[in-house]
Write a protein that binds this ligand. Sequence first.
Ligand code: SAH
Ligand code: SF4
Length: 382
Amino acid sequence: MSDPEVTNLLGLAPAALEALVRGWGGKPFRARQLLRWVHQRGVDQFSDMTDLARDFRALLQAHCVVAAPPVQLEKHSADGTRKWLFDMGRGNAIETVYIPEDDRGTLCVSSQAGCTVACPFCSTGYQGFSRNLTTAEIVGQLWHANRALARAPEGARLEGTAASPRPVSNVVFMGMGEPLLNYDQVLGALRLMVDDHAYGLSRRRVTVSTSGVVPMIDRLAADCPVALAVSLHAPNDELRDRLVPLNRKHPLAELLAACNRYLEHAPRDFITFEYIMLDGINDTDAHARQLVDVARQVRCKFNLIPFNPFPQSGLRRSPPQRIRLFARQLTDAGLVVTVRKTRGDDIEAACGQLAGEVQDRTRIAERLPDRARVIIRKKETA
Ligand code: SAH
Ligand code: SF4
């Protein structure tokens, strides 16, 4: 797989696959056939691709593979959630979570091993940054999940939903990493996810979640507009600078303007604002009032995320009653609000608990969370 002469087809967006096939003198429909074998039927052996000509199969055999990253560990939760730990080499691992619901099956994928943004409430942020995932490694998470779930003995739901003939009907980039800081590789993966001959997911069923990489929000709007979730977490720059350190580079006013530009291209007519509920930090009545003012500037829906604690964070989840009152203040102002249910917490699969293991990290990224941690702790004890 690491042989540079060998191409992993999981990493080839439709246009690149067509170029490869054309280079061998093949017609574009050959590339489409191949997309269907690999991504729709989950086949990795070229000898099993029976409607491809024998000499075409021989070329594929000589120059290509279909290979997802190796699975290090798989866990099943009592609520049906599943988690896979994929080995990324050099001591790094990333995590992928499948969340079944009545009408859909959502896969939460990772885009980087670690993350440079270093939000103090996120266990990925504490690990520092190791490296960007390739398109093949991102798509490999989806390819593997569809295959593993189709084989699962747990009944009809895992054979697909009305929305999708395959188990995964929705993909969210809410695992480890900041997808818009790995733009090119994420874009290749998105193109495969929405291609009719590959995964065929509607753009509304693929969601990129970002901490607010403003220039890349504009590029995504131009290149492949899918549903967008923005991790807001604070209603003013002073607090957001500390909770989402990237805010120092791209402050709220810039971010909100980018959201409005995105809406001109988006497949949905709203942006989802994610807002993590941290006890005593961002959950007061005053914060809710400020948030209403922010929300008036963008057509949006709110997703309140109860903080999932992990040992090093030193932070606490807002009490349920506080979350209810906070949500009520927003709904009373006419906003649409949901409170995210925690799923899979018995297997550490809940938001922000995805740790994987990142050993090969850079040192620059490690310094940031320390500063942020100190500021938050000070505030807590004040
Ligand atoms: N980097 C992107 C996507 C990955 S994080 C982003 O920040 O949007 C996906 C979501 O999980 C984000 O909204 C993030 O704020 C949230 N999250 C991170 N740590 C969490 C924790 N400990 N508890 C609950 N949600 C968390
Ligand atoms: Fe990175 Fe998102 Fe975690 Fe922040 S919340 S550290 S941006 S993965």
